[in-house]
Design a protein around this ligand. Structure first.
Ligand SMILES: Cc1cc2nc3c(=O)[nH]c(=O)nc-3n(C[C@H](O)[C@H](O)[C@H](O)COP(=O)(O)OP(=O)(O)OC[C@H]3O[C@@H](n4cnc5c(N)ncnc54)[C@H](O)[C@@H]3O)c2cc1C
Ligand code: FES
Length: 366
């Protein structure tokens, strides 16, 4: 039998080996970063190769990721983490380039007063290094591609469906694709020249631009007009991404014709339900177990926003319940889900901070 002292020595030895390994990894990480900031042992980073002005409010950032990038499927998104005023913030951006391209691109519309989109537009130049998240999301073009395809988008929602179209073009697989895009004007059509070029070169691509400044057509997504434009829409595998009003209307139309199983959607903004205000205006006590701190969460919005207001920096990505970066265990207390409205007091339960609002004092494994 192995004596307790020999076992203790073995454990200590293993502990020292792990600590040495960690130390060496950190040193390697540091020196690799000194050598070239894009190099990293495990972190996904990318060098900005080019910044392309697409329209008056949209830029494409062409990136060369490091070896940690394992490729993406057309339609997926990545997250970009940046430091603004000493705070790390992260946002999701669909990858607009085709699958398998050596360079990866994201295309960002500048949102008025938006923290990250404004920062990216104003700060990021060629040579800048960005931290990325692994590609994620199941809004993806199936393989093999559906025979009859409809790509339907509005504004910056064009990014994931453009990746799909570029992917098909790269494989010379544009057989029967209708691409309908909504924009304010022709000058606001992101990738306008490339779309025109692709439709001129591929007989299997029908491009329809719905422009708000076109007096001969209705503004936005008009169900009757759309049904005339694409009469067989209910038979096509459809990928839809755009502003909320467009998506809501389109979703209703697909429901009406009983074709929702052919409709895939990607939302950039949350589908939250209005909930009654918190009973208490004094806020709730939140015990953060791992950091052994107590904070007061108050002021409305999600638990994520309330914790941020209290000076905490919980990990987060999309802020709308898609990426699961903000998930954590709630040890005790009551939260309400902003999407389902469900109130839960279960102990030791996994919650998403961006989708929860506190309904009592809480203890979180943060
Ligand atoms: C899966 C996914 C993919 C995405 N892909 C893209 C993409 O390819 N290109 C792109 O430009 N954006 C994309 N987004 C949106 C992006 O993640 C950010 O939400 C957007 O850039 C705004 O962030 P911000 O920090 O500038 O604004 P914030 O500071 O977070 O918000 C400022 C204000 O703008 C509003 N707002 C936030 N997002 C939007 C929006 N998209 N449109 C209008 N108002 C908004 C907020 O409600 C708030 O009032 C994607 C989002 C998700 C979840
Ligand atoms: S931040 Fe993405 S799910 Fe909450």
């Amino acid at each position: 039998m192995v004596s307790m002292s020999r076992m203790g020595a073995a454990w200590r030895g293993a502990g020292i080996a792990v600590a040495e390994r960690l130390f060496l990894d950190r040193q390697a990480e540091f020196w690799m970063g000194e050598l070239d900031p894009v190099l990293s042992l495990g972190e996904l980073r990318a060098r900005v190769i080019e910044v392309v002005e697409e329209t008056r409010d949209t830029k494409t950032f062409v990136l060369r990721p490091n070896a940690a990038w394992r490729g993406h499927r057309a339609g997926q998104y990545t997250s970009v983490e940046v430091e603004i005023d000493g705070m790390r913030v992260r946002r999701c951006y669909s990858i607009s380039s085709a699958r398998g391209d050596a360079l990866v691109s994201i295309t960002v519309k500048r949102v008025p007063d938006g923290r990250v989109s404004t920062w990216l537009h104003e700060t990021v130049r060629a040579g800048h290094i960005l931290r990325l998240g692994a590609p994620a999301g199941d809004f993806v073009l199936p393989s093999p591609a559906p025979e009859k395809l409809l790509l339907l988008s509005g504004g910056s929602g064009i990014t994931p469906v453009m990746s799909m179209l570029r992917d098909l073009a790269a494989r010379d697989a544009i057989d029967d694709v209708v691409f309908v895009h909504h924009a304010r004007s022709r000058a606001d059509v992101i990738f306008g020249d490339e779309l025109a070029d692709l439709s001129a070169r591929h007989a299997g691509l029908r491009l329809v631009l719905c422009l708000d400044d076109d007096a001969s057509a209705p503004r936005g997504f008009d169900e009757a007009y759309f049904a005339k434009l694409v009469p067989d829409f209910g038979e096509r595998s459809t990928f839809l991404c755009g502003p909320k009003p467009l998506m809501d209307r389109a979703e209703r139309l697909w429901e009406r014709v009983g074709a929702t199983d052919l409709l895939e959607l990607e939302r950039f903004t949350p589908q939250l339900r209005p909930l009654p205000a918190l009973a208490s205006t004094h806020g709730v006590q939140v015990r953060l177990r791992r950091s052994a701190r107590d904070v007061v969460a108050k002021g409305g919005g999600s638990l994520l926003e309330q914790l941020e207001r209290a000076g905490e920096r919980p990990a987060h990505g999309c802020r709308i319940g898609i990426c699961h970066t903000c998930k954590c265990r709630k040890q005790s207390g009551t939260v309400q889900n902003l999407v389902t409205g469900e109130v839960s007091s279960e102990p030791d339960e996994e919650i998403q901070l961006c989708l929860s609002i506190p309904r009592s004092d809480l203890e979180l494994d943060l």
